[in-house]
Design a protein around this ligand. Structure first.
Ligand code: CTP
Ligand code: MG
Length: 228
């Protein structure tokens, strides 16, 4: 394949507060990791799929990944993550095969991100040669606050929420990770810090990140409505 998708699933899910690491928590009977991988394998571009998992969950991640992959099982790798998300992405990047020219990085926690979002990001990376992030407009009014006192209203006309999968030309992403000196909040920020240009594609509301118990309820409800 000329595409690799790194699915980072090595976090502990502190804010979700369940016994299992977050990617191994079920939403309506199917783990968050498996739901994310189902979309990756439903996307139309064949990919090397790299799952980055907690040390204690490598075997479980492998069986989930093989089940999601079905006939594409040969394209799956499972590797151990690191202490930060950035370290986990770096561990995944280290296993990208020669011949891959485009890399997507996806949070397993965005369990309901649809396959078409992956396709949209891949297409945009390949047509622009830039970093690509899914984005949605900020709809709430945003205030600047100091010591609990409102100091002003932020103009939100040029603000967006960003999601994953984020996509990059492989060589430029490898370089950005090799020289990264600090922890960045997302892969696009790390890529920009190395001089890479990043553009947006339209995000998808379903690509919200499951972070808190409320988010888990929301995911259950979305599935309940769409699948009956
Ligand atoms: N992640 C990872 N390795 C880490 C930390 C995070 O692979 N050391 C992954 C998570 O598994 C998740 C994604 O990065 O899919 C986004 O991180 P987040 O939502 O913050 O997940 P957690 O770090 O697990 O949650 P929390 O911060 O609440 O502990
Ligand atoms: Mg975290």
């Amino acid at each position: 394949p000329t595409l690799a998708v790194i699915v980072v699933a090595a976090g502990s899910g502190t804010r979700l507060g369940q016994a299992e690491p977050k990617a191994f928590v079920e939403v309506r009977g199917v783990t968050i990791l498996e739901r994310s991988l189902d979309a990756v394998f439903d996307a139309s571009t064949p990919a090397q799929v790299i799952v980055v998992a907690p040390a204690a969950k490598l075997a479980s991640a492998k069986s989930i990944a093989l089940r999601a992959a079905g006939p594409a099982a040969g394209a799956v790798t499972v590797v151990e993550g690191g202490a930060s998300r950035q370290a986990s992405v770096a561990a995944g990047l280290a296993t990208v095969l020669p011949g891959v020219d485009t890399v997507l990085v996806h949070d397993a926690a965005r369990a309901l991100a649809p396959a078409e979002l992956f396709d949209r990001v891949v297409r945009q990376v390949r047509s622009t040669g830039r970093g690509v992030i899914p984005a949605l407009p900020v709809t709430d009014t945003v205030k600047r606050v100091a010591d609990g006192v409102v100091a002003g209203t932020v103009d939100r006309s040029d603000l967006v929420h960003v999601q994953t999968p984020q996509g990059f030309p492989r060589a430029a992403l490898d370089h950005a990770y090799a020289v990264a000196a600090a922890e960045h909040t997302d892969d696009a920020a790390l890529f920009s810090a190395d001089g890479g240009e990043v553009v947006t594609v339209e995000g998808d509301a379903r690509a919200f990140k499951i972070t808190t118990p409320w988010d888990l309820r929301r995911a259950e409800n979305v599935l309940g409505v769409s699948r009956g």
